[in-house]
Design a protein around this ligand. Structure first.
Ligand code: SF4
Length: 344
């Protein structure tokens, strides 16, 4: 099947077909198709989700991540409940209807504290709450759903069990998959995804990452570029080219179709230029960072990031202006999954 036939095919793509899409050099055709599919399901709107990164303590040791437990150089911080709630208020006051509470794997924030934050934020502000706080117990997932959490993002990072156990020495892929299935089962809108361009990753692995998202029936996906992080074993590895990231995002859209796809990178969080490329390739979500000072300033000594150290409000304004300059509009809704919208 040539690319044109492949792009117009009806029904689900096979693994071999996804690999063919990922191997295609005709990036323009992939992107054109991805935009057509995104616009069909979502129109020209871009959804903003305001992130509060409330702790960078982490008990995990993911090989590519600056927050890994073994990184003794990075300064650590934890925000208080009041600081987190204030950041959520700032997000809401700026017309954003999703608050993403994100942290490393940090059990300092126990079941009750996270429940309190969810309950308070949902009661005071008209927002959806997304959690992105790593693997926790099934009981906690249940408690936080009851407290009002809407969504849970937990990237599987790699659907290849061998590389998964290299990237995450403490954990196994099947456990992460079980957690994602359970979250979906108890009613969360679930997001997963990979890191594009990790060392040892193959095209077949990326195809399997997309297929795993389809199997998990995700509502949201984040396929973010690998950026070598300082003070990690991968700090001297090659950064993945933007064009390849755009190609993968386009193929994710073509295969998974009606899900929210974010355009973000781990450490260039408010770098709108890199994010524009994701939007142009088929993504429809941007996550402006509302982590307040002084915590956001912790990054500038360790991470070479564009836009990150600006204050949240000026970064947010830049993001809004650039989105509008692309001819797109910013959604005014919470942006719930369109797979489950009929239930709301
Ligand atoms: S990727 Fe997440 S879980 Fe892994 S070290 Fe970084 S913050 Fe911790």
């Amino acid at each position: 099947m040539d690319l044109k036939e492949l792009l117009n095919k009806e029904g689900d793509y096979t693994r071999d077909e996804i690999i063919s899409l990922l191997n295609s050099e005709d990036i323009d055709s992939l992107i054109e198709k991805a935009n057509e599919i995104r616009d069909f399901y979502f129109g020209e709107t871009v959804h903003l989700r305001g992130i509060v990164e409330f702790s960078n303590y982490c008990s995990e040791n993911c090989i590519y991540c600056s927050y890994r437990e073994d990184n003794l150089i990075i300064p650590r911080y934890r925000m208080s409940a009041d600081e987190i709630i204030n950041a959520a208020k700032t997000i809401y006051d700026n017309g954003i209807h999703t608050v993403v509470l994100q942290s490393g794997s940090d059990n300092y924030y126990d079941t009750d504290l996270i429940s309190y934050l969810i309950y308070y934020i949902k009661r005071e502000f008209d927002v959806a709450v997304t959690l992105s706080i790593g693997e926790r117990s099934f009981e906690e997932y249940k408690a936080w759903k009851i407290a009002g959490a809407d969504r849970y993002i937990m990237k599987h990072e790699s659907a290849n069990p061998k590389t998964y156990s290299i990237y995450h020495r403490k954990n196994q892929l099947f456990e992460r998959i079980n957690h994602l299935k359970y979250l979906k089962h108890i009613g969360y809108q679930v997001g997963s995804g990979n890191i594009i361009g990790l060392p040892l990753q193959t095209i077949e692995d990326i195809a399997d990452d997309i297929l795993l998202c389809r199997e998990l029936d995700v509502d949201m996906a984040a396929f973010t570029p690998f950026i070598p992080a300082p003070n990690t074993p991968y700090q001297n590895m090659q950064k993945v080219p933007d064009e390849f990231v755009m190609k993968v995002i386009a193929v994710v859209r073509i295969v998974l179709k009606n899900i929210y796809i974010s355009s973000s990178s781990i450490f260039e969080r408010n770098n709108i230029k890199s994010r524009e490329k994701g939007l142009l390739a088929g993504a429809n979500v941007i996550l402006p960072d509302f982590t307040p000072s002084p915590y956001r300033d912790y990054f500038k000594h360790y991470i070479n990031s564009g836009g990150l150290i600006e204050d949240p409000l000026s970064s947010h304004k830049i993001i809004k202006d650039r989105i509008e300059a692309l001819g797109k509009t910013i959604a005014s809704t919470k942006g719930h999954s369109i797979k489950t919208q009929s239930n709301r």
